[in-house]
Design a protein around this ligand. Structure first.
Ligand code: DX5
Ligand code: ZN
Length: 219
């Protein structure tokens, strides 16, 4: 069970300080957007390199960009522990996953809400994590899409059948109101952006979300 807050809604002029405000988190989720794959733009490799030099935290890079086949591996080479590409934008997901692992990162594949998991069932063994988007990617602060819950469940079943330790991450609209549904469906890595960074005490929110998720797992 892991909580990886997104810094999308943090103060971009004080990123290092913002990251230090979530010390109980398991990692930092970094949303890279390019104005092409999604209608929004954040930052790219230079910023990720700057963050890498400012923190030892586990860096969970979420690439919402076109042509990840070309760009993703440089994030692994920059020292990110995990790199997620969107399968909708990728030409050769098996090759890219292998390149990411060869560059020393965990390889992760993301699916937009309407993208099914079944076509990728046979390649899940190439991955360390599957990210099921629970909103349309592009912006923080959107409402959680319950229609993604059956896919989370089916992804967990496919992963369990493989018998490998592949994480199932959810991202978008995850909060105290929705995290239990995600746990019950089988997610084990939780991205929360606005829920964490709109809290007066972000770290307290990380701990609260973890406690809630652990309680839901025990049930
Ligand atoms: C959305 C991003 C998310 C986003 C989550 O496209 O991938 O990581 O920051 O923010 P919240 O938790 O506010 O939905
Ligand atoms: Zn994200």
């Amino acid at each position: 069970m892991k909580i990886t807050p997104s810094i999308l809604n943090a103060d971009f002029t004080n990123i290092a300080t913002e990251i230090s405000r979530i010390s109980s988190a398991d990692g930092v989720h970094i949303d890279v957007m390019d104005y092409h794959f999604v209608p929004n733009m954040t930052f790219g490799l230079p910023m990720v390199k700057a963050i890498r030099s400012a923190t030892d935290a586990f860096l969970d890079i979420h690439l919402m960009i076109d042509d990840p086949d070309r760009w993703a591996t440089s994030y692994a080479e920059a020292g990110a522990e995990s790199v997620t590409f969107h399968v909708e934008a990728c030409s050769a997901p098996v090759r890219l996953a292998r390149e990411l692992r060869a560059a020393g990162a965990r390889a992760s594949m993301a699916l937009r809400p309407a993208t099914p998991i079944e076509p990728y069932a046979d390649m899940l063994g190439e991955l360390d994590m599957v990210l099921i988007m629970t909103v349309e990617p592009g912006f923080g602060g959107q409402r959680f899409l319950d229609l993604t819950l059956p896919k989370i469940r089916r992804t967990r079943e496919l992963v369990s059948r493989l018998g490998k330790d592949i994480w199932v991450q959810v991202d978008g609209g995850v909060s105290g109101e929705t995290i239990e549904r995600c746990v019950e469906a089988g997610a084990d890595v939780f991205v929360a952006g606005s829920a964490v960074y709109s809290a007066d005490n972000p770290d307290e929110m990380v701990r609260a979300l973890r406690a809630q998720a652990e309680a839901a797992t025990a049930r």
